[in-house]
Design a protein around this ligand. Sequence first.
Ligand SMILES: Cc1ncc(COP(=O)(O)O)c(C=O)c1O
Length: 404
Amino acid sequence: MEQEKDKMPAICGGKPVREGKQTLYYGRQCIEEDDIAAVVRTLRSPALTCGPEIEALEDHLKDVTGANYAICCSNGTAALHLACMAIGIGPGDEVIVSPITFAASANCVLYCGGTPVFADIREDTYNIDVESIKSRITPRTKAVVAVDFTGQAVELDEILALCREHGLYLIEDGAHSLGTKYKGRPVGSIADITTFSFHPVKTVTAGEGGACTTNDPELGQRLSLLRAHGITRDMTVMKHPTDDPWYNEQVMLGYNYRMTDFQASLLISQLKKLRRFSDARKAIRAKYDAAFEEIPQLILQKTIPESDTTQHLYILRLDPEKVRCTRREFFDALCAEGIHPQVHYLPVYLHSYYESLGHKKGECPVAEKVYENILSIPFYPALTEEDTDDVIRAVRKVAQFYAK
Ligand SMILES: Cc1ncc(COP(=O)(O)O)c(C=O)c1O
């Protein structure tokens, strides 16, 4: 695949920017020797699962997020499902969700029998719009799932105030935002529950992995039970307490959403680098911003001043008034230069499955308009200066070629 793309002739003429070099994709993990050593150590230990690395990881996550409780699990989708179960979402409940996100942010509501209701986004930051949330609240609304898109924190103060006014839970989908601070406070300690993903393209990775954080002891306990079948050894939780050493009791219906200990070891090792990775991401964002501000065909995502952001994705938006090409043509031309972008995201309700549930075009006009013209370009700490120079050169070349 990669070789074929490398051979594509430059659509914009001249030599492809990355000629003779590997294609750059929009995201990838950064695994170093000490990460590998950490995994190998655990693979040689007695416990591959349910062992000491899980508790150690949860302590690290509490440190990073400032939350009182951290519950790690098998992936970010499981974390969202756990969060919806913990707050008791069920049939008849509506949950207001951001549409510009990965489908899991809304699927978790469906898993619980609830109904996702999509609120529109802001045209400048692409995060969920507080006014649109307000307009979607009904007597059935039970919660809001707000996504820190690309890592920038949503307007937490305003959304939390709205949730408190209407008796709603706030689940913050922080899959993109581990390490981000909102008004000086780390994401993970502010919403009722914050969920994280540790998929390889995220800021730090466990291969697959996720977590929920909360300050609420009851939610913390429910999340922890639901993560492992609803089974406990805690006598204070049992209906039939006994100290028989073999006895454990299922007190609710839960799942096996556990993370393994070797994944936890990888993540602990990665978390030690969070600051370094975050600084590298911020530096690349600053370099890209400075270069792309000069290109009239592009609209840049607005920086949210309240958010000290560990950036996850870098989004370019084409200004349809100033380019004479489609997003697809721009995409293909970048691929031909050796820069392979991605698009984040199709508004969730436009997936055919959601259409089959009755959702239609027009529900969130701003999200649809933004979606038409966005691209995510290569953005991860392992990019070298030469790589980021190439990305900038390629984007500039394609933008000039297609300038109106
Ligand atoms: C915003 C958002 N939420 C949830 C998820 C789901 O996480 P995972 O892939 O770990 O299940 C993702 C992952 O891509 C995501 O980007």
